[in-house]
Design a binder for this molecule. Structure first.
Ligand SMILES: *[C@@H]1O[C@H](CO)[C@@H](O)[C@H](O)[C@H]1NC(C)=O
Ligand SMILES: *[C@@H]1O[C@H](CO)[C@@H](O)[C@H](O)[C@H]1NC(C)=O
Ligand SMILES: *[C@@H]1O[C@H](CO)[C@@H](O)[C@H](O)[C@H]1NC(C)=O
Ligand SMILES: *[C@@H]1O[C@H](CO)[C@@H](O)[C@H](O)[C@H]1NC(C)=O
Ligand SMILES: *[C@@H]1O[C@H](CO)[C@@H](O)[C@H](O)[C@H]1NC(C)=O
Ligand SMILES: *[C@@H]1O[C@H](CO)[C@@H](O)[C@H](O)[C@H]1NC(C)=O
Ligand SMILES: CC(=O)N[C@H]1CO[C@H](CO)[C@@H](O)[C@@H]1O
Length: 524
């Protein structure tokens, strides 16, 4: 018998993942309100981004465990000048909330549907998952927490609402509403529910809903998409796999090409955000799904759904070599695209004259890789002008940063904290203040700035800020306590900023951004 080497490799590649286990969370990144679905042998993942732009990131996986950023469904938040941080206005905690993404086989289009600011539902489509994505229509009815189902006969439905759950039927092109109907009013023993995801299995229709933030319920109709639906609990008050985190909930149901079923929830894990956790599902004889737990808890590990299919590590250094930013990057609000460029580094011109990082445009953010990691930038500050501030923040509604401040002819490396947003108005309640600084007397015009962060939930979490003039030895300049309240929804991010306090005209070059996990090191 003859066996070629390539045939052997092929066999190894497709053999089942016997005994191989994955760990939860599958990715320690803030990726809330997931909508996970499969097209043939590829899984896609969509998530909420609120005021970050581009919005609604798309990740791809071949095994449901290893996920890679590949794009965004919403290229710009085109819903008024506050999404541009125009003239002191802002859209913090607005924008993209729980929304839905699907592939429609009949016309080869991907559809993204989401309601913005409790009023209008926007529909974006694309001929390919990576775009180009365009806003194709809007519906004058808020599909709050939208979950799309494309039925076997190609009819499109969207389940949505809070407390009462409605199903809307879309027109044949999927771009307008044909009808809408309340299909379920949550009884008092269930309580307030939201976060709809809609599915069909074995001829029945299902709507998955969460009771935030401690339970997940499943509605089932054997009588078509408009019900009547009966409700059953999928899980309540179970322990999640992230130590110190909340109850996994508000997730998606997905099957593999082998016919196995999984539930991808998120687990509240502030200050880092809401992390995706995966568990297998079976179906009960009553036609309701059953979560596979480990000793009554959501497992910290399970067997791989499919043979592991590694993706590029998020760890590592981005040299900004391409002329476009990678899909893991998102701006705080829409950027002024005339004031930055990418290619052999990232050039950031100042866009806003302000002393407030929350008002400054063109702050570039990157999700923290938890539970601990560090972000390091190499900053060329030679072209900063008097009053400019540029550097690296740990950015949320309570923020801190390390950066370079140009005060006339002098540069200093400076640590600031106390920048806060008011948690009812999301306007600035304090622009913060300088806590420590060191003059830069003789440098090359370049400095390494590092933020180390621990976002393990259920404890007092700390960010540490360092600088280095040679990229080898790092000196700590500040530390700060992260805010682990949930109200801002989005978790902490690394944020690269450059703003003018006196006048525009200055710029910086960011030669690199390095993400390192676990990350606490004071050398190279
Ligand atoms: C999925 O597989 C079917 C059957 O092989 C094929 O016709 C179809 O084009 C595939 N869809 C996509 C989006 O790749
Ligand atoms: C911002 O204010 C300036 C000056 O008052 C005005 O010219 C400009 O139109 C305003 N921009 C927006 C987007 O409102
Ligand atoms: C599908 O539904 C039918 C009719 O209710 C039932 O007999 C059958 O067991 C179900 N199949 C699966 C795989 O759940
Ligand atoms: C389940 O709990 C038992 C008793 O505490 C323990 O011995 C066992 O290791 C646990 N199993 C797993 C998979 O954690
Ligand atoms: C936030 O704003 C509200 C409404 O203006 C105000 O009542 C409240 O005192 C503010 N809170 C803080 C902490 O500034
Ligand atoms: C990041 O890379 C370091 C060094 O190779 C490794 O020890 C660590 O496990 C990686 N972290 C992740 C989350 O992949
Ligand atoms: C930027 C700068 O001023 N560099 C100077 C630092 O000190 C060395 C040694 O004195 C000079 O050669 C550099 O020009």
């Amino acid at each position: 018998m003859k066996f070629s080497i390539s045939a052997l490799f092929c066999l190894l590649a497709v053999s089942p993942a016997l005994g191989q286990t994955f760990r939860n969370p599958v990715l320690w990144n803030d990726l809330a309100d997931n909508d996970v679905f499969r097209v043939n042998d590829t899984f896609y993942y969509s998530a909420s981004t609120m005021h970050y732009s581009p919005g609604a990131p798309i990740l791809q996986s071949k095994d449901l465990v290893n996920w890679e950023y590949i794009g965004h469904s919403v290229p710009t938040l085109d819903w008024g000048s506050k999404y541009d941080l125009a003239n002191g206005t802002n859209a913090y905690v607005k924008g993209i909330w729980a929304s839905t993404l699907r592939y429609r086989e009949s016309n080869g289009l991907f559809y993204w549907i989401g309601c913005v600011e409790f009023s209008t539902t926007y529909i974006f489509t694309a001929p390919s998952i990576t775009g180009p994505w365009t806003q194709s229509s809007s519906i004058d009815n808020c599909y709050y927490d939208a979950g799309m189902l494309i039925d076997d006969d190609d009819t499109m439905y969207v389940a949505h609402g809070g407390g009462t759950i409605s199903v809307s039927q879309l027109s044949p092109d999927g771009l307008s509403e044909v009808s809408t109907q309340v299909v379920f009013t949550s009884p008092s023993d269930v309580g307030y529910i939201e976060g709809s995801r809609m599915y069909k299995y074995n001829g029945s229709y299902y709507i998955f809903n969460t009771r935030p933030a401690d339970a997940q319920f499943v509605l089932k109709s054997t009588n078509g998409p408009f019900g009547p639906y009966v409700v059953k609990e999928l899980l309540a008050d179970i322990e999640g796999p992230i130590v110190g985190g909340g109850v996994p909930h508000q997730g998606s149901l997905v099957d593999t090409q082998k016919g196995d079923w999984y539930y991808m929830a998120f687990e509240d894990s502030y200050p880092g955000g809401r992390m995706p956790v995966l568990a297998p599902i079976t179906w009960g004889s009553d036609g309701f799904p059953i979560l596979i737990t480990v000793n009554g808890s959501w497992g910290t590990s399970y067997e791989y759904p499919l043979p592991p299919f590694p993706v590029p590590d998020l760890n590592g250094t981005d040299l900004f070599k391409e002329t476009k930013l990678g899909p893991q990057w998102e701006w705080n609000h829409n950027p002024d695209v005339t004031k930055f460029s990418v290619g052999n580094g990232l050039k950031l011109e100042t866009v806003t004259v302000t002393d407030d990082i929350y008002e400054a445009r063109n702050t570039l953010t990157h999700r923290i890789l938890g539970p601990t990691s560090s972000g390091t930038i190499l900053l060329d500050y030679k072209k900063m002008v008097d009053g400019d501030r540029a550097g690296l923040a740990l950015f949320r509604d309570v923020s801190a940063w390390i950066g370079i401040v140009n005060s006339g002819s002098d540069f200093k490396v400076s640590f600031w904290n106390g920048m806060t947003l008011n948690s009812s108005t999301w306007t600035t309640s304090s622009p913060g203040s300088e806590i420590a600084s060191v003059p830069i007397t003789n440098g090359t015009g370049k400095i390494w700035l590092r933020a180390f962060v621990d976002v393990q939930p259920g404890q007092v979490d700390t960010g540490l800020f360092f600088y280095s003039t040679d990229g080898v030895g790092y000196t700590q300049l500040g530390s700060f306590t992260l805010n682990n309240d949930w109200e801002f929804f989005m978790g902490y991010r690394y944020a690269i900023f450059n703003f003018a306090v006196i006048e525009l005209g200055g710029s910086v070059e960011v030669d690199s951004f390095s993400l390192d996990a676990p990350g606490l090191t004071t050398t190279g």
